[in-house]
Write a protein that binds this ligand. Structure first.
Ligand SMILES: *[C@@H]1O[C@H](CO)[C@@H](O)[C@H](O)[C@H]1NC(C)=O
Ligand SMILES: *[C@@H]1O[C@H](CO)[C@@H](O)[C@H](O)[C@H]1NC(C)=O
Ligand SMILES: *[C@@H]1O[C@H](CO)[C@@H](O)[C@H](O)[C@H]1NC(C)=O
Ligand SMILES: *[C@@H]1O[C@H](CO)[C@@H](O)[C@H](O)[C@H]1NC(C)=O
Length: 619
């Protein structure tokens, strides 16, 4: 210690001398002047003597917080040592060569940001010192931004707090800049204000808190705010931007929109109407619905629902906002909507229900339905459109004029609206047969069935009766009756002697009409006569076989007769009563013939036996 103290005094002295002689030794310091905290820094102290120095002493000093110098190392020709009990004792090392000495600091601390001095003393050769400022850097954490979690009103007079941004643990002090939609915000009185709070923790690191005060406008509801921290690093400036935040801006309602959501298009009676209101304020204002300034209507979620509307619901509707945020509370913001409910009344048809016309008469029918819109009317008969328009002229009535007439009223601009009416037209008249021919000849082969049809129109409905021959087996098979029409069909079988006249008689209170059917039978020709030459051979064979069979049958019958086993009566014949005939059938032989008529083989033979007989007539 003693020796060092002496040397120190000596050094001071030499120093003094060196300064006096001046320029005999030059000291130059180079090295890592800017380093990250925790890294190592190396500082070189280079010296150059004009004349050879017999011995060189190099001492390193730092300035302590009081401003006085503290030596941290010493070296001369014989020794190199780090001073005990300084802040650097454990963190520095020195190494020398002929032209200088290196000081290495490991695990650089913030406190190392200070001046380092290197004193070189060559005694008689002179002395000098160099100074080196070491800078230390520690980047801050990325910035943390936070927007206010409440609505910021555009109506406040001064800039309001919008967001805060924090950059922690940086050295040297970082700066914070604010951005709106990625454009920097500069301070502006009454518009943009930034409050910065700087703090330093025990380790010497800085934390910057910045609060942005901003006068928001309605447009800021879509704005994005961000902050950027800028800080120094060795030989550079770095910036890191925060994420963006948006704020909820509160502004009063300037305008209320009112529109009909349902139904789309025109409104008709019976519809459910939905009217919505929307105020452009934020938060959305509470809205009340009114009709013609009268009582408040009940609505939910700014939606007014009118169920099953009628024409009485037509009128002006209003929306009012109850805007609490409004600065100009007296300003009445209102929305209006004119609602028109269209209607179509039931169709009124003249004449009503049903109308009786005389044949040949004229009639004009009208169909009208009251509507708020233009209507279109068509008349239909049996589903077929017969007239476009609401007036229907029926001229020179015939039975074909009679029937159901429907009119359909629609509203072209509102397809949901439709109504209809009808009128029933009756045409009064004497019976009228469908066929113009009053006399009909019916010629048919014996054994066939024929239908006699009698179709009559007339009103009141005619009474249709049949009178005619006492032909057995005829009956009515069809009878259709409507209000002014009767169809009657009778069926009868043609027999050998059905040559008769049948009469269809239709009457009502206005007259009568008859139709006469003259029925003639065509005699059946023998099959042989019909056949051509090539068939004759077959027929001859058939006849021969038949004769043989008859001979056998004859023999058997004769045998049985002789034995007395065959009853010889007329138990097979039947009597048929004709319901249409007034006279009783008396000729029983005819009935027997009729019974056998379908059996061709036998009837052919029997015909030959009986010959042609005149059928009885009713005349
Ligand atoms: C921070 O702001 C100060 C004052 O405006 C300025 O001198 C300094 O260079 C800034 N630092 C950075 C890293 O931009
Ligand atoms: C921020 O913006 C998003 C998307 O544009 C939106 O959903 C959200 O409501 C906004 N937040 C605020 C507070 O306005
Ligand atoms: C007669 O009319 C009845 C009932 O319509 C029908 O079944 C029958 O086939 C008709 N007969 C003839 C020969 O047309
Ligand atoms: C038709 O019937 C009506 C009433 O039943 C009768 O008065 C009239 O004489 C009949 N006409 C003929 C041609 O049979």
């Amino acid at each position: 210690m003693m020796r060092e103290g002496w040397l120190f005094l000596l050094a001071l002295c030499v120093c003094h001398l060196a300064r006096e002689v001046g320029g005999e030794v030059s000291v130059n310091m180079v090295g890592d002047s800017e380093v990250y905290m925790g890294d190592s820094a190396e500082i070189r102290c280079q010296y150059n003597f004009l004349q050879n120095a017999s011995m060189v002493m190099v001492q390193w000093f730092v300035r302590d917080h009081r401003g006085s110098r503290v030596r941290i190392s010493y070296s001369d020709l014989t020794m190199q040592k780090v001073d005990e009990n300084t802040n650097y004792t454990d963190r520095i090392s020195i190494s020398g060569d002929s032209g200088g000495e290196n000081l290495t600091i490991v695990d650089v601390k913030l406190s190392d940001e200070r001046e380092f001095f290197c004193q070189v003393d060559g005694l008689a050769a002179g002395s000098n010192e160099g100074k080196f400022h070491l800078r230390v850097f520690d980047p801050p954490e990325p910035p943390v931004i936070e927007a206010v979690n409440y609505g910021v009103s555009v109506t406040s007079a001064l800039p309001s707090k919008v967001a805060t941004c924090e950059a922690t643990k940086g050295f040297p002090q970082p700066n914070i800049t604010w951005y709106r939609n990625h454009k920097p915000l500069s301070l502006k009185h009454g518009q943009v204000n930034v409050i910065t709070l700087l703090s330093k923790d025990s380790t010497g690191l800085y934390t910057v808190q910045s609060e942005l005060q901003y006068k928001v406008t309605r447009e800021d509801k879509d704005a994005h705010f961000s902050c950027e921290v800028s800080y120094y690093v060795p030989w550079a400036v770095r910036t890191v931007e925060s994420k963006t935040v948006n704020i909820s801006v509160h502004y009063p309602t300037n305008e209320i929109k009112m529109w009909k959501e349902l139904p789309v298009g025109l409104v008709k009676e019976g519809d459910t109407v939905q009217i919505r209101c929307h105020g452009d304020g934020n938060p959305p204002p509470t809205i009340t619905f009114k009709r013609e300034q009268h009582t408040e209507l009940e609505a939910y979620n700014n939606l007014l629902v009118l169920k099953d509307v009628t024409r009485r619901d037509s009128g002006m509707y209003h929306c009012h906002s109850l805007d609490l945020d409004s600065v100009s509370g007296d300003k009445d913001v209102m929305g209006n909507l004119q609602l028109t409910v269209h209607y179509l009344d039931p169709a009124v048809v003249v004449p009503k229900d049903s109308e009786v016309m005389l044949k040949g008469e004229n009639l004009t029918a009208t169909c009208n339905a009251l509507s708020s819109l233009e209507t279109s009317t068509v008349w239909l008969k049996n589903g077929v459109e017969i007239k476009n328009g609401n007036v229907l002229h029926l001229q020179d009535a015939t039975f074909d004029t009679a029937g159901h007439y429907n009119c359909e009223v629609t509203v072209p601009t509102l397809p949901g609206l439709r109504t209809s009416g009808s009128v029933h037209i009756i045409v009064q008249g004497a019976p009228q047969l469908r066929d113009v021919k009053r006399e009909v000849d019916v010629i048919e082969k014996v054994g066939k069935w024929v239908n006699l049809t009698c179709d009559v129109r007339g009103y009141p409905r005619p009474i249709v009766t049949w009178s005619g021959p006492s032909i057995s087996g005829w009956r009515e098979v069809v009878r259709k009756e409507t209000e002014d029409f009767v169809q009657s069909i009778v069926t009868l079988k043609i027999t050998r002697d059905t040559d008769a006249v049948a009469v269809c008689n239709a009457t009502n209170k206005l007259g009568a009409e008859t139709k006469i059917y003259t029925i003639r039978s065509i005699p059946i020709v023998t099959p042989a006569a019909q056949n051509t030459a090539d068939n004759s051979g077959v027929i001859i064979v058939v006849i021969i076989i038949s004769i043989l069979l008859l001979a056998i049958l004859g023999s058997v019958l004769y045998f049985l007769y002789k034995k007395g086993k065959l009853p010889c009566g007329r138990s097979g014949k039947q009597e048929i009563i004709n319901p249409f005939s007034n006279k009783e059938k008396t000729n029983k032989d005819d009935i027997v013939v009729e019974m056998k008529a379908d059996k061709t083989e036998e009837s052919v033979l029997l015909k030959g036996v009986n010959g042609d007989k005149k059928p009885p007539t009713d005349q």
